[in-house]
Ligand binder design. Structure first.
Ligand code: GRG
Length: 294
């Protein structure tokens, strides 16, 4: 049975993808660039980050959700660019993503780098052209998204990751790496939704902590599944981490302790939601994503 977050995703993800692909079609004047950007954006994916952004607006305001699908698309553009670049031979070297050929396998390395660059730069342009928010809010959103996906956030986490293969990190270093690489874009999505909702500082602080927990949980789950799942279920190669000498939670603290860690992070995230005096059921239903199905 679908939970409310999945139904929410079904309702709005088409609108998000239509907004972004229409924009790419309109402003891009090279057909290969257009095709390669749209290929990866429409290749599937759970749309977790744009949906978290919209779920904040739904939960913390009375605004019309469809007015913000264009901005939600800007977040998915950043996420998709990061996946295209992460899959490149000089990074994680993957042939499959979202169950399809990776961008560079389909179009070549050069076009894949440029498709990623195109999505990255277009993301901010998309926010700047939104008719639904004030200029002050545009600046705030662009500032959050560029900071958290940038050189103190996702990009710095990725740099630590690729330069520390075959070098053992301790738990604190591993947590810091993944907070930046995976957590920060999720936190940005949440904070951007709260900016639109005009939420107060207390809600922002609580939901930022919630974002940190789910960001970390995301990676712990990914590490666990890389060890115990298979390519058919994941839509990408599994058992890669060990082969590549990657630092993972199971390799550092063991599989059972990783599962307990995941559980504790989600429990704490639920407690944060329970401490907010508002109906947060939609956000809470997202947490079912972290069930390992055991
Ligand atoms: C190249 C600057 C740069 C950054 C790459 C996101 C990232 C940073 C790398 C991805 C590595 C990875 C597999 C991380 C595990 C968690 C994660 C972000 C998985 C992919 O996100 P999902 O599951 O993907 O939301 P879909 O396809 O559903 O959108």
């Amino acid at each position: 049975m679908k939970n409310s977050f999945t139904e929410f995703t079904d309702t709005y993800s088409k609108n998000i993808i239509e907004n972004t692909t229409n924009y790419i079609e309109t402003v891009t004047n090279n057909s290969l660039l257009k095709e390669s950007m749209i290929y990866s954006l429409t290749a599937g994916g759970k749309r977790i980050r744009p949906m978290l952004f919209l779920a904040m607006i739904k939960t913390f305001s009375n605004l019309e959700i469809s007015d913000y699908c264009k901005i939600a698309g800007s977040i998915e553009m950043i996420h998709t660019y990061s996946l295209i670049h992460d899959d490149l031979p000089e990074m994680d070297n993957d042939d499959l993503r979202r169950g399809k050929l990776t961008n560079h396998k389909k179009f070549g390395v050069g076009p894949a780098v440029l498709a990623g660059d195109g999505l990255l730069t277009m993301s901010f342009n998309l926010i700047s052209t939104s008719e639904k928010i004030t200029d002050d809010k545009k600046i705030e959103l662009i500032s959050i998204l560029s900071e958290y996906s940038g050189t103190s956030g996702m990009i710095s986490g990725q740099m630590t990751d690729i330069t520390n293969e075959n070098k053992k990190l301790n738990l604190e270093e591993l947590v810091s790496l993944h907070m930046r690489k995976t957590g920060d874009l999720l936190i940005a999505s949440i904070l951007m939704g709260l900016v639109i909702s005009d939420s107060n500082d207390e809600i922002k602080a609580k939901m930022k902590k919630f974002g940190k927990n789910i960001g970390l949980a995301f990676q712990v789950k990914d590490d666990i599944l890389d060890q115990v799942s298979n390519e058919e279920i994941m839509g990408k190669k599994t058992h890669k981490d060990l082969k590549k000498g990657k630092n993972t939670f199971p390799s550092l603290i063991g599989l059972d302790a990783s599962k307990k860690y995941l559980n504790d992070l989600i429990l704490e995230a639920k407690q944060i939601l329970n401490s907010i005096d508002i109906d947060t059921k939609l956000i809470e239903s997202f947490l079912e994503y972290f069930n390992l199905g055991e």
